[in-house]
Design a protein around this ligand. Sequence first.
Ligand code: ADP
Length: 405
Amino acid sequence: MIILVINCGSSSIKYQLLDMKSDDVYDLLAKGLVEKIGLPEGTIRHRPSGKEGFVRDLPIPDHVVGMKLVMDALVDPVYGVLKSFSDVEAVGHRIVQGADFFSGSALVDEDVLSKIEFCCDFAPLHNPAHLLGIHAVTDVLPDVPQVVTFDTAFHQTMEPYAYMYALPWEYYEKYRIRRYGAHGTSHQYVSQRGARLAGLDLGHSKIITCHIGNGSSVTAIKDGKCVDTSMGFTPLEGMIMGTRCGIIDANIIPYIMKKEGLTPAQMTEIMNKKSGFLGLSGVSSDARDMNDLALAGNKKAKIVLKKLTYDIVKLVGGYIAEMNGVDLIVFTAGIGENNPRLRRRVCEQLAYMGVKIDNEVNDAARGEEVIFSTPDSTVKVALIPTDEELVIARDTMRIVSTLEE
Ligand code: ADP
């Protein structure tokens, strides 16, 4: 089944075209990115598998034009990989927020669309863009079934004591304020792959997954189900991130707003876009820049990197206590997959409980699934590259196949 996977941002469309033969057997036919939608000069980068791609700069006024460009690239006589639009059998979309409406992927219909719309308030940067993406696909491929996969769905198994904030109950009832988590597709995927690699029975296992990228979250997974995760009502809660502050004393928020005369929107922008690595260092939101600066002796960058390790260790330690043990710890995403030093530092803090890693294997580990704990380590530790698009394609295939039966 040929499936187009779409991840729409407010000004971008990331796409992958996969030929799914089964859950584990598939070909990546092409991938690409449409950027700067709505700005005077946009860009499309198209990378077909096995041949040259292209980068083209042109105005892309909206998502419908962006989707048309994607489809034209896929059927282009030189750079394309399909004969016609009708070869696309299904489209799967990544959706950041599904609140407690969705505990799994769903076929797009009016009811699903209205629930995604309702969740726009919880993810104002993401959900409206996802809806634009769905409508743009409907415009270009009106007869193709569309499936939505939610970043929040995997976390729906959390118990109320884990997802409730100790605020007056009425705000939960009136505004659905509770913890939803994020990166669920990634946590689910890497925990399943990790369990397989470590020879664990997922149904009787305790796994902690560390998705450490621009956005970062840590999740506790018991018997294959999420029991806790570090992100909350929105993807702001939890640990330090590229531009997000993670957990702070909530009283700081009205205090800064009063002192600086800020509106709620301005304060939200500061916490989401101007904090984290960027806010503390004053220089960059990128972990590679933090490493370079720290090596050059920059004190703030050193604090950033120490805090990054510290926040992960606190979360992992807390989840070990919560689950009364752990069998496997998994690292994934941009930093988790590419920064052996960070992985070593986190594991060193767990040495008291018998976590031992093979430094050579850890240092060499990059971009491939590998267990880098030693055979006598009490806990297995693995690097598993995440693949959210594959999960979306699998779910899309599963749901669309049942339609055809
Ligand atoms: P996002 O949350 O946007 O998907 P990623 O998972 O791509 O983010 O992670 C981005 C982070 O990963 C950046 O801080 C970047 O510095 C870091 N990163 C990506 N590739 C490398 C690499 N090869 N070496 C070190 N760090 C990397």
